[in-house]
Design a protein around this ligand. Structure first.
Ligand code: HEM
Length: 228
């Protein structure tokens, strides 16, 4: 008779409710999706004004004139909205020693070999890079955009400076679209992430796998101060 590796009478899998971890409050999620909506409007109206071949996109906004006045106002709305996210999340995106180790093990990240990676806080290096990339590019887009806003600030800068602002604005816009694509790709590629921004929660398994230091910190805090 073969020897079993378990005790038939006592060992069993106990099914309990899965652990759910709260990652974002409603305010942050509304703030995020409003920023995302502004971004998509800006991207489409911006592309429409960027090259004659894309002028057809102005139809989405009721014509060229509408796209032209709408674009800068939505730009200001996005800047204010992103500032809201910045104030809530900047301190969590400060680079730390473990980010360097994580970057050195990038091949393990790509191949899903998590056990060789350091334990991470709320965000990994890739997410932090996206965060700071968005921050600096939005700042540059805002400043160069105001310099180009002739209707309201006709005398703000010289014609030469405005020409430079147009070039800077276009290059920054292309860069931020690339950062945006990276952000969406990462959000879908890492299974279980989207619910963080839709429902505000992630699973305990997801937290353990990708942000163990953050999960341990939450557990430690709740042990000393039970949740209300
Ligand atoms: C429309 C497509 C978008 C999708 C599907 C999306 C999805 C997500 C998801 C799932 C998260 C949570 C990630 C996590 O907690 O680990 C997140 C976080 C975040 N998103 Fe988005 N997002 C989109 C657009 C944007 C845009 C346009 C911006 C800014 C211009 C943005 C800025 C952020 C920031 C700042 C965070 C927090 C991450 C950090 O602080 O490092 N997102 N997004």
């Amino acid at each position: 008779m073969t020897q079993r590796e378990y005790s038939e009478s006592t060992d069993r899998i106990v099914q309990t409710e899965p652990v759910v971890v709260k990652r974002y409050i409603t305010f942050t999620r509304v703030n995020h999706w409003f920023t995302a909506l502004c971004f998509i409007v800006l991207m489409l109206s911006g592309f429409a004004l960027f090259h004659p071949a894309l002028f057809g996109l102005t139809a989405l906004f009721g014509g060229g004139q509408n796209a032209r006045w709408l674009h800068p106002f939505v730009g200001v709305a996005l800047s204010i909205s992103f500032l809201g996210m910045f104030l809530q999340l900047a301190h969590l995106n400060i680079l730390r020693r473990e980010d360097l180790v994580w970057t050195r093990h990038i091949t393990d990240v790509v191949s899903g070999n998590e056990e060789r990676l350091p334990e991470l806080g709320k965000y990994n290096f890739g997410q932090k890079l996206v965060f700071w990339g968005m921050f600096w590019l939005i700042l540059v887009l805002l400043i160069s955009g105001v310099a180009m806003w002739i209707q309201y600030f006709p005398e703000l800068v010289s014609i030469e400076t405005r020409r430079i602002a147009i070039l800077v604005h276009s290059v920054s816009a292309v860069l931020i679209v690339l950062v945006f694509i990276l952000h969406i790709f990462a959000a879908f590629w890492t299974q279980g992430t989207i619910s963080a921004m839709t429902r505000g929660t992630v699973s305990g398994g997801w937290s353990w796998r990708h942000h163990r230091k953050w999960l341990r910190e939450l557990a430690r805090r709740q042990r000393t101060k039970p949740a209300e």
